[in-house]
Design a protein around this ligand. Sequence first.
Ligand code: GLV
Ligand code: MN
Ligand code: MN
Length: 398
Amino acid sequence: MEMAKIGPGVAGGNNRQTLTDDDKLGRDLFDHWCRQAGLTVSVDRMGTMFARRAGADETLPPVMMGSHLDTQPTGGKFDGVLGVLAGLEVVRSLNEMGIRTRHPIEVVNWTNEEGARFAPAILASAVFAGKMSLEDAYALTDDEGKTFGGELSRIGYKGENPVGDRPIKAMFELHIEQGPILEAEGLELGVVSHAQGLRWIEFTLTGYECHTGTTPMPVRRNALVGAARAVELVNKVALDFEPDAVATVGYLNVSPNSRNIVPGSVTFCVDMRNPSLEDLKDMETAIVTGVEQIADDLKLDCTSQEVGAYDPVVFDEDCVSAVRNAAEQLGYSHKDMVSGAGHDACHIAAVAPTAMIFCPCVGGISHNEAEEITPEWAAAGADVLLHAVVATAGVVEE
Ligand code: GLV
Ligand code: MN
Ligand code: MN
């Protein structure tokens, strides 16, 4: 609730988008809390913050816990934030109990998980995992043309440390479910064994700007009519691939966006997801060929570009077991789940043993300022996080 005071939204949630002044203030507060807890904070060149609690053997790789502090423009208070601050709470608890771990422990705040301001989402973890270059990430622009690299420097979080390429013992991410299943089934947490894959394809349809009052219908090349048909097509493709597929157009930029100009060009982004790689690829083909056909029918030019992608993920068996064992040992009701949303853990899984814990959320509502969880659910998730991390990091008896 203290973190949520920074970057308030318009309806009780948050607008603390990545690399804004409010993101800087959120980071500063997290940094302050980490130092109070005796952690050593370092920042890498992507702005990702690593708050380290020394292990008994500092030559061993760290066990990480983390998520993200950035939010959607109309985001909730818990998406991402829960996983970062639960990590801090784990450290505070270990401090209070005087527990020393063999491996060091790091609480991580990954930069630009949301991808609302700079696409793609889960950006810093992608660079960390070697899936995108630092230079390409720095060159990304927001809708105002500001670069990721420039904004990272501006808020003072372009750190010195190289990005990635270092051993990690394991990474655990606690996150709200962002869906309705756990609450509906009356369960206290989810053991996340898989995550579905994603593609973001950005299309630009270009026609011809002209006067809305004088241009006869047959000669128009209206880019927005093409985009409207494409939105319908995207919805239909997801329904064709039921029950697991989802696809959405949530971003649409109409140019010049004037009441009395026939739209000359529209850029829109298709978000499509599926737990099966084969189906995901088939959805992509159906959408790309379908949009090209629509453009053809309307005499529009069409370009497309992939602006985000990750394949379905299978999380590490030992890490998943550590989470499940902790839930069982502590007596929390739980079930295995597939993540519908993307998370930093999805990229880190490619370079380190990784697993996730889901906390229920009220009504399954997320990416909405109304997002809500209960203190009891948060405590159960943090409790399981603590036990999974300690089991993985090992305890030194003193
Ligand atoms: C992350 O917020 C996602 O879009 O899954
Ligand atoms: Mn998130
Ligand atoms: Mn999110």
